[in-house]
Write a protein that binds this ligand. Structure first.
Ligand code: AMP
Length: 289
């Protein structure tokens, strides 16, 4: 079937008017699509529902206008790829979708951690636009990648708090050569070796944890190493509980290593699941099977 390109809210409503929500998969993106996005789409396609992909560089989630202007866009190539993948509908919101929007969502604690610390209002901007999408599209499933792990928690929170009947489907991070997580922004980084070193750092921390040889203060050493070797400016490097991004305690829980850094002016985020359940004993991180 031909891929439908939708631009106005009226077109979206009309295209979906006779569809049951349960048969609608929604895959939100900001475009400049890569293998991470394609994997989300491949997963969505498995259930034979309508697949609606949005491409929208959401201005509300940028607190730096230069970052918004520099965000890489490649609409023609994206549309060609989405057509080849057999996506049912692509929604490219027009200005009216978010014109003079002054209402925003309050999210509480979850939005103040990790990326929320130095990107004030970022997750409120994400949540506001996702809420608009959900009200318009009324999907039964939303597809999200673990690359933006905190974003998944934020979206799950609005789904729960606003009583949406919506299933969240996730995929692990899709990585390319050297373990680099695919990202739309990567093409702006000339020295991809620095990206590899960020992933290496996560792997080295994980190895030490799995060997029960990791102390929380070691995070400073790893952070210093990245900075001193000129790899990047580190915004954060933390190990937190997966369910709510709380600090680790003596209670065993699933946890993850999170990093955000700035390489050549480009914001890079990554994370690595520890798979094992962890707890803190003194300053040491222990795993339990
Ligand atoms: P974005 O276009 O960056 O807003 O991402 C749209 C969706 O694709 C989000 O759910 C991201 O988490 C997901 N995504 C982006 N990059 C990757 C990746 N390398 N692996 C898995 N999912 C990804």
């Amino acid at each position: 079937m031909k891929t439908l390109i939708l631009r106005s809210m009226a077109e979206v409503k009309k295209a979906l008017e006779s569809s049951d929500s349960r048969n609608i998969n929604f895959i939100p993106t900001m475009g400049n699509l890569h293998d991470g996005h394609f994997e989300l789409i491949r997963k969505a396609k498995k259930n034979k529902n309508i697949n609606l992909v949005s491409i929208y560089v959401n201005p509300l989630q940028f607190n730096d206008i230069k970052d918004l202007d520099n965000y890489p866009r490649s609409l023609d190539k994206d549309l060609k790829n989405l057509t080849e993948l057999g996506v049912s509908m692509v929604y490219l919101p027009e200005k009216a979708f978010n014109l003079n929007n002054t209402s925003t969502i309050q999210l509480g604690e979850i939005a103040n951690k990790l990326c929320g610390k130095n990107r004030k209002g970022h997750f409120e901007g994400v949540a506001t636009i996702i809420l608009k999408f959900l009200l318009l599209i009324k999907p039964g499933q939303i597809y999200l990648g673990e690359k933006d792990f905190q974003q998944i928690l934020v979206i799950k929170k609005i789904i729960k708090d606003f009583n949406f009947d919506l299933e969240v489907k996730t995929i692990p991070i899709i990585r390319g050569p050297g373990g680099i997580a695919f990202s739309s922004r990567n093409q702006r980084i000339k020295n991809i070796n620095n990206l590899k070193k960020v992933y290496d750092c996560l792997c080295k921390i994980k190895i030490k944890i799995v060997e029960d040889n990791f102390y929380m203060k070691d995070l400073e050493y790893f952070e210093d190493n990245l900075i001193k070797s000129g790899v990047c400016k580190v915004n954060y490097l933390e190990i937190l509980r997966e369910s709510d991004l709380a600090e680790l305690t003596s209670v065993p829980s699933k946890c993850r290593i999170f990093i955000s850094c700035n390489i050549q002016g480009v914001n890079v985020i990554d994370n690595l699941s520890l798979k094992k359940v962890c707890f803190k004993e003194g300053g040491r991180l222990m795993t339990s099977s």
